[in-house]
Design a protein around this ligand. Structure first.
Ligand SMILES: *Cc1c(COP(=O)(O)O)cnc(C)c1O
Length: 376
């Protein structure tokens, strides 16, 4: 019998408990303010998040990460009659956002080592778009698992083709590429603030960023009925706001994010060391890319057996993602694929699995995972 309790794959409650005093004070402050939507907390969070990202950035809070992507597309005027290129190896949210904006998704394959968009395939579809699709207007690469995608060739291809580059940073708050924060390299970036993300609210939340102040202002209007002034809808809008209570909590958590990302990297290094001599290779790091380990992902053809062995030792695992978007019932046979037909994506979906990874893991818990890994 295993006497130890199951170590969960994710534990958002631990994220709250670790900062309980500060978060409780923020919750009470927001509750007591008497102003709950688009007030001082939200404005301060947007300012602080933009500053944390880098000079010249503007941030707009919204209801969730999916809406952040949708709002960027709408703000850029990309909708019906446009194709938006992304990957199939992502949260369904990325593709859902494209269709919410009214645009047509085109899904590309991934690099099998780092799971990000393949820049060569992107170049191919930009030069020779698949027939029957509306013109390509934007590309959304995903910094999947917390590692920056191979963004520089992707940016060069977008610039050459005159299409917008939107970074999906939902898993990569604080990741850096050649010293620059992800989310500051493309034309705009979307961040999810879902509770398990590297920066997570106590509920739903999202934020987007851009260096284009006019775009930020337009999106700020679109997120609230298209209002530029109260009760005057100059634009066709939606309702997608970040509330004051979440913003107050997020301000606290933002102050700890860099340290928490460093802790994630330290846990990753411990897992790497434990895997030495096992049949499993640690996650591949791209040169010049600073990974923030939203997820620590391994791959093996016998994934299910390995996950069962870890479970028998009280270690929870996850799969991100078991079914690629193009094979989901709502998308299969309907969504357009690039020339590689997402072959590597389908293969990865059958082999990847994720270990427990959150900054609140104790040394003892990390040691438990490492012990189990050594025995694999
Ligand atoms: C979580 C996530 C989203 C969506 O964020 P929500 O806040 O859940 O709407 C989008 N893209 C990726 C890659 C994600 O991981």
């Amino acid at each position: 019998m295993n006497a130890l309790p199951m170590l969960p794959f994710a534990d958002p409650g631990a994220g709250y408990r670790a900062l309980k005093e500060e978060i409780d004070a923020a919750l009470l402050r927001a509750a007591g303010s008497g102003w709950y939507i688009l007030g001082e907390e939200g404005a301060a969070f947007e300012r602080e998040f933009a500053q944390w990202l880098g000079e010249g950035q503007h941030a707009v809070g919204c209801a969730n990460g999916t809406d952040a992507l949708m709002l960027i597309l709408r703000g850029m005027g990309i909708g019906e009659g446009s194709t938006v290129v992304t990957v199939s190896h992502t949260a369904v949210a990325t593709v859902a956002a494209i269709e919410m904006a009214g645009a047509t998704p085109l899904l590309l394959d991934i690099d099998p080592d780092t799971y990000g968009m393949d820049p060569d395939e992107l170049r191919a579809v930009l030069e020779d778009p698949p027939p029957g699709l509306p013109p390509i207007r934007a590309v959304i690469p995903v910094h999947i698992y917390g590692q920056p995608v191979d963004l520089m060739p992707i940016k060069a291809a977008c610039d050459a083709a005159g299409v917008a580059l939107i970074e999906d940073c939902a898993q990569a708050h604080g990741a850096r590429l050649e010293g620059r924060a992800v989310g500051t390299i493309g034309d705009a970036a979307a961040f999810s603030l879902y509770p398990t993300k590297n920066l997570g609210a106590l509920g739903d939340g999202g934020v987007l960023s851009t260096a284009d102040e006019a775009l930020a202002r337009r999106i700020g209007a679109i997120r609230q009925y298209g209002w530029v002034q109260r009760y005057v809808s100059d634009l066709v809008g939606v309702n997608s706001r970040l509330d004051e209570v979440q913003a107050a909590v997020l301000r606290v958590k933002l102050g700890h994010l860099d340290a928490q990302n460093a802790r994630r990297r330290a846990i990753a290094a411990a897992y790497d060391a434990a895997l030495a001599g096992s049949g499993l290779a640690p996650p591949v790091r791209r040169p010049g890319a600073e990974h923030v380990f939203h997820l620590y992902v391994l791959r093996h053809p016998e994934r299910d057996a390995l996950m069962a062995r870890l479970k028998a030792q009280g270690i929870g695992t996850g799969i991100h993602y078991p079914v690629p978007v193009h094979r989901q019932p709502a998308y299969a046979g309907r969504v357009a694929l690039g020339p590689a037909a997402c072959a590597e994506t389908a293969k990865a979906a059958g082999e990847v699995f994720s270990l427990p990874m959150y900054p609140e893991l104790s040394e003892e818990q990390v040691a438990r995972v490492c012990l189990a890994l050594r025995g694999l």
